[in-house]
Design a protein around this ligand. Structure first.
Ligand code: MN
Length: 286
């Protein structure tokens, strides 16, 4: 990932990054992607990113967003990131810029309330968020510093509405919205995979490539008697689609029972499967 970022930066500074949306007159109300990545770099922070003109405008928020309108959180403007970076969850290796674990702490759509270019220019950006955690109206306000033409310091502020919460520190859950893992658990992810592999080895599990396109789903069969047993858990049947979720070569695949690719229809589920801390996996579920 850092490589990709470097390439992107080089391309951008060479001025060759395309602007897919061109001029956006009248497009102020179109929802766009936002993502918040919690990042254990040298200092822990939350990277708050808003998609605009084909790139992610970014701010580093040392204390993270707060649902309490009275808690104005410092948000330091940092470099733009490529839109594809919004899916990145993993560990940036030592020796690279921003080395440390990253989780996708929240993600969703943002809708500017006023013209976003004007807002960024004048230092007051009002917008709505529809994420898993962050919702309702928010504002970014640039602070003014004496003797400095344009400050990099902004404040991220929750506006009072049905989604704001006064007191209790205005905190949110700390888990990833993709994998459900907390930052520390993700950082330990590689040891988790090693544990599972060691256990499989101990049990003498057969070693062979598992092709998700050829793996049969487990199907119900007729029995003489209802049964129960350790290792079994029973629940009501919820209606849904039976899929096999696989991850191989860093790419997630969702496959219906008869082989068709369901990934484009359920990008959120595919993202979740690709965020689990295992290089290769096949899951059968509904
Ligand atoms: Mn960061």
């Amino acid at each position: 990932m850092p490589d990709r970022l470097d390439r992107y930066r080089a391309k951008r500074s060479a001025g060759s990054t395309p602007e897919p949306f061109g001029t956006e007159a009248g497009a102020a109300a179109r929802p766009r992607l936002f993502v918040v990545q919690k990042h254990a770099a040298r200092r822990l922070h939350w990277d708050f990113r808003l998609e605009l003109h084909g790139t992610l405008r970014s701010w580093a928020v040392p204390r993270g967003p707060s649902a309490d309108p009275a808690e104005k959180r410092l948000a330091v403007e940092v470099e733009d990131h490529p839109v594809e970076y919004a899916d990145f969850e993993g560990v940036i290796p030592e020796g690279n810029y921003g080395a440390g674990a990253v989780i996708v702490w929240d993600r969703g759509a943002w809708t500017p309330v006023e013209d976003p270019d004007e807002g960024l220019e004048k230092g007051k950006l009002l917008f709505d968020l529809a994420g898993y955690k962050l919702r309702g109206r928010w504002q970014l306000v640039r602070t003014k510093k004496k003797g400095q033409a344009v400050s990099k310091d902004w404040l991220l502020i929750k506006k009072p509405d049905a989604w704001s919460r006064v007191g209790e520190g205005g905190g949110y859950g700390q888990e990833s919205v993709l994998s459900g893992l907390e930052l520390e658990q993700l950082a330990e992810g590689s040891s988790r995979e090693a544990e599972v592999l060691a256990e499989l080895e101990r049990l003498g599990a057969p070693r062979r490539p598992v092709d998700p396109m050829k793996t049969e789903l487990m199907l119900a069969e007729v029995g003489e008697q209802p049964f129960s047993g350790p290792g079994w858990l029973f629940e009501l049947k919820y209606d849904g689609y039976r899929v096999l979720a696989a991850r191989t070569g860093g790419r997630a695949l969702l496959r219906y029972r008869h082989g068709n690719d369901a990934s484009p229809l359920y990008p959120e589920v595919a993202r979740a499967a690709s965020a689990l801390p295992y290089a290769q996996l096949v899951m059968d579920g509904e």
